[in-house]
Design a protein around this ligand. Sequence first.
Ligand SMILES: [Zn+2]
Ligand SMILES: [Zn+2]
Length: 384
Amino acid sequence: MAPSQPPADRRNFRVAIICALPREADAVTLLFDQFWDEVRDPYGRADGDTNTYITGRIGDHNIVLAVLPNMGTNSAAAATASLRSSYVGLRLALLVGICGGVPYIGGSHAFLGDVVVSKSITQYDYGRLYPGHFAVKNTVEDSLARANRDIRGLLAVFETELMRERLQAEASGHLNHLQKVARDKRRRANYRYPGTTEDRLYSSDHVHKHWDSCDLCADGSGAFCEAASKASCADTKCGSADLVVREHHARDDDFRPEIYIGRIGSGNTVMKSGEERDQIAAQHNLIAFEMEGAGAWDEVPCIVVKGLCDYADSHKNKAWQDFAAATAASVAKAILGRYAAHDGDRASNQPNDQRPLSGRSVANNSFGNNTLINQGDVGGNLTY
Ligand SMILES: [Zn+2]
Ligand SMILES: [Zn+2]
């Protein structure tokens, strides 16, 4: 039975959701079943923590939702360390939002609105630059240990066909609910499926630029002007001859996000080159690119759950961001529905007998066998 009473204090929260952007958090909050902070914030925060939180319940789980102040892995690491200092009982964090997708995953086409789930994370831009060759010094999964046993078990189940079907069906139900609630609340964000004809993948060597009447874009370097970077592909006249022809899995009136589980690339810069995307994805076996996972993983065992809003190439636009945020939030809720609450979690109006913990002891007690960097390592530094 789901808890209907707010937990007594912060120690009773086991699950955090972290969003990098307000628009990502907006989608997530539409799927909360209850809020605990409707009238006032009953939980506060630890000394030195500058994050602001939203608290409530999704299904059986009390949830603390944090929105990062800035994008990037370092910001994510610092904010997540603060989150952990305030919420010492956390066992799982979901990093929920939007990302750039790799268009071919495991031999099939991935489409905008599909959702990637991290089995591991590679910080692909952390390493040494050699002439003509960038060597990634290490992968997060190597340096920070694998996801803890709890998370590994959860993800292993999702890799079965049966559970992925269930997850997809549950996520589709949550997506329909989210869209309805957003309409009822007259939210400004539009969570409707933009349509298969709006989902355009250009061949990776086709760059986004003004293809007519622009001297800056026509200089042959492949660079494009500031105005082109803000213009849509229709306005820049990106050629339809360079579109990749694909058979879409969706109908416009029935989009069910495909869910891909694999290794996600995390970096401090936005990936916006089709050729670089393909090269780095092939080199590290990546299914998507995002900017916070490595930093958050540094501090809390987390699962990245992100919706594809573009193909990490130069043809970026914002048209898919709200919908991708909505599909990610829906899959996140479906995952939480399958994440078993621990004994004692549900009796959330009772303080548990866990003593307040701090520093490394928090990591050891709360996160089982996962090896974590201690509080002194805040700032995203990976240690080897
Ligand atoms: Zn131009
Ligand atoms: Zn374009």
